[in-house]
Design a protein around this ligand. Structure first.
Ligand code: SAJ
Length: 426
């Protein structure tokens, strides 16, 4: 049955979800407070980078199933997909969820469904949404069905994962669960599991916390291996041959708007109990400084003013997203070093301080190249040319991406995060 769905928040999740429902026959009104987003969308255009999303949005707008506005309107379903950023004190800022919820109250009618997709501290649906929705005078749970259904998609693969991933629906009662499950069935091919709202909220946070804590374990291993003359990369590769072990990869830290933030929403609720989660955050946040210390050690013999070139600043490879990027923190630390000049190379980024679009100009007369993020384009660099341009041909690879043997043959000094020795003992 064709439903009228009002989606609040046209970002990385709201927009793909809107396009998906629209191309599956529903009538979608996308709402965003940013007029630029609304204007672009009504012309079939998008202002974020995500593979194939532009094509899908264009098709949805052309079919007239997707339109955008700055205010909500009457609808059958309301989906809230606004950001829940983190405050300086590491607690969730719920003001966008709160104002989006308030904005739909005047339009609520008997038979409506309200879904929260935004990642939120456990208890948000019951403690924040339900009381606001009740101001409509309707009976929440009877007249209006409410659920949390967290998104779990990976940036760069959003459209595929929206369809294929399993989904959790946490309703305030069984009727809410079932109605929301039936709606997502429109396009979800993965399994849909039903639970209560608070459990669904905690599941979402724990998925990212699981990954964050495991990366912290890998980062701790990297530091231990450096101190003990062992290669963390070799340990990980060999330990992962065990059928029940899956060590993650170390790196310069953890970025993005999910892994670096979601664990804090659990800590906020249970600060006394969430000990390992907090320690994981602390270890991952220590990595930019650790990389800086490695740089200083490598540059110690250089007696003049040093030029360090950072390759890749986004929070992960092959995207333009710099949110919470640990490389940005590393650059911030580098710029505080009085005898170091910083230059940045990143083909996915259009503007930021220290960015040099001409790679050869960037590496000219430099003393150290730090690989921050392993964008695919960095696999095809002419290292022979690079060596000629550099004053001191040294590389610190934080991702085990470049080939030590090739680089050493060319005369580079190659250093790798997670080891301080030359490759394997064999
Ligand atoms: N990273 C490591 N070592 C690893 C894996 C990742 O250092 O072994 C770093 C990356 O470099 C990056 C950060 O972790 O800085 C996060 O990258 P990611 O690819 O792990 O995750 P996100 O933030 O892009 O997407 C995650 C996904 N969650 C999980 O895989 C559990 C995605 O499914 C979620 O939808 C998304 O968070 C979200 O929106 O919550």
């Amino acid at each position: 049955m064709k439903q009228k769905i009002c989606i609040l928040g046209l970002g990385y999740i709201g927009l793909p979800t809107a396009a998906m429902f629209a191309t599956h026959g529903h009538e979608i009104i996308g709402v965003d407070v940013n007029e630029e987003v609304v204007h672009a969308l009504n012309q079939g255009k998008i202002i974020i980078e995500e593979p194939y999303l532009d094509i899908m949005v264009q098709a949805a707008v052309t079919s007239e199933n997707l339109t955008a506005a700055t205010e909500p309107c009457q609808a059958d379903v309301f989906i809230i997909a606004v950001p829940t950023p983190m405050e300086a004190d590491k607690t969730a800022n719920m003001k966008y969820v709160e104002s989006a919820t308030r904005s739909i109250v005047p339009y609520l009618e008997k038979g409506n469904i309200v879904i929260l997709e935004s990642t939120s501290p456990p208890g948000t649906v019951e403690e924040l949404l339900v009381p606001i929705l009740a101001e409509s005078g309707l009976c929440i749970g009877e007249d209006v069905l409410v659920a949390h259904s967290p998104e779990r998609v990976l940036p760069g693969k959003i459209l595929m994962e929206l369809v294929e991933n399993n989904r959790i629906v946490g309703g305030i009662n069984q009727r809410s669960c079932e109605a929301v499950r039936d709606l997502y069935r429109t396009f979800v091919k993965g399994e849909i599991f039903l639970t209560d709202a608070k459990t669904a909220e905690m599941c979402k946070l724990m998925e990212n916390t699981y990954r964050d804590v495991n990366i912290a374990l890998a980062n701790e291993l990297a530091k231990i291996c450096e101190a003990m003359n062992i290669s963390a990369w070799e340990v990980i590769e060999l330990a992962n041959k065990h059928p029940r072990v899956h060590l993650h990869q170390p790196g310069p830290g953890v970025g993005g708007h999910c892994l670096a933030i979601d664990p804090w929403f659990i800590i906020e609720k249970q600060p006394q109990l969430a000990q390992m989660i907090a320690l994981g955050r602390q270890i991952n946040d220590s990595m930019p400084r650790h990389v800086l210390e490695r740089c200083k050690e490598i540059l110690e013999p250089v007696e003049e003013r040093k030029k360090v070139v950072v390759f890749g600043v986004t929070y992960k490879p092959d995207i333009d997203d710099m949110r919470e990027s640990p490389i940005m923190e590393f650059i911030h630390l580098l710029e505080q070093e009085k005898d170091i000049d910083v230059v940045v190379v990143d083909p996915h980024v259009t503007h930021m301080p220290y960015l040099e679009k001409d790679m050869w100009k960037a590496v000219g007369n430099s003393h150290l190249i730090v690989l921050g993020v392993h964008h695919q384009v960095f696999a095809q660099i002419d290292f022979e040319h690079m060596k000629q341009e550099m004053k001191n041909p040294a590389i610190l690879d934080t991702r085990d991406f470049w080939d030590r043997v090739t680089l050493e043959k060319l005369g580079f000094q190659y250093f790798l995060l997670g080891e301080k020795k030359e490759g394997s003992r064999l």
